[in-house]
Design a protein around this ligand. Sequence first.
Ligand SMILES: *Cc1c(COP(=O)(O)O)cnc(C)c1O
Length: 415
Amino acid sequence: MDYFSYRDSELWVEGAPLRKIAEAVGTPAFVYSSAALRDNLAAYDKAFAQVPHLVCYSVKAASSLAILALVAKGGRGADVVSGGELYRALKAGVPAGKIVYSGVGKTAGEMAEALDAGIMLFNVESEPELDLLSRVARERSKKAPVAVRVNPDVDPGTHPYVATGLRESKFGLPPDAALALCLRASQDPALEVLGVDCHIGSQLTSAAPFAAAVERLAVLVGDLSARGVKLRYLDLGGGLGINYNGESPPTPAEYAAAVIKASDGLGLTLVLEPGRSVVGNACVMLTTVLYDKNVGGGRPRFVIVDGAMSDLLRPSLYGAYHGIVPVRKTGAPEIKVSVVGPVCESGDFLARDRPLQTVVPGDLLAVGSAGAYGFSMSSNYNSRTRAAEVLVDGGAFRVVRDRESYDDLTRGEHF
Ligand SMILES: *Cc1c(COP(=O)(O)O)cnc(C)c1O
């Protein structure tokens, strides 16, 4: 948490004390550092400076307009996986010509929207999807720019839910099927085959699986070239991990060194789709202690807070670790507690059996590494209003997404 540091026992983000932000906007709140976001994006451009490349930020990691606008202002593109994400990216000012559209279940309507917008690339994941895209393009007298997603059967060594390049996963096609599909697409006047792509998983902590995947893609690129299909893009997906709890994932520079070597000589523009590594550690979720529930008798001691699985699902969904620290260090002794939310599920926890400074109701806690798949996975479960989002820039901060109201909660309902 580089941009989050203590000054005289108080936790600050950039030039702003988190306590001030909590007082102004309430909790739970997701607080993002602009400087961290900008630095994390710049790290990719710096690492890949020697080769033609485009950073297409993965919108699903954190998809609020202010974050997408920051991405767009830096000249980067976006990787979207739904019509809704396409709508957001365009609305925030990402040029259509820098948008790639991934995902196994694009509908005809979503394809039409993306074609009409004029996106850069459809990452096609199956034969029936390609057929539908061809039909939609023909109906609109358009030529669809296509890359075929390869499932390189590489083990990313990550949580099974976010391992996407294994043979049993629903994503992409085996290299031989991808080759056949590219050849077929190259004969279709409604399609333009421009690339191949992969995305083998998320939260990778080693560069080796990326390099292995790129080597498999490079073979495919060579086979296609030998058959007269010349490509423009090699889309490597996202997936670089972050430090949640002492992991030491490769830096963008180390990642770049590995994949540039594996793709050397192909002469293609590299498309990168980082999500987690851009926004994950650029944000904390602020939450307020409601109760210290200590029934004794060897039972767990619960710190009940106003943030829950409906705000930050990752601990419940993946058993994920998020560091939790007090916004003000009091010097009170650390005790082992479980930090849990108000949602009516025993699976609603933010941390289990964790040493934490002894707290009292009203104390503020900062849940770390909350930027990626945090707010974007939040829900209204238990009819909880979704949290506010705040963007900090230097000493200034502004609400970039209002906390939901009860009106928001029932919008569109009829009885
Ligand atoms: C989720 C996703 C990404 C982003 O992955 P991160 O691990 O957040 O970097 C990139 N590309 C595709 C196709 C994805 O589905």
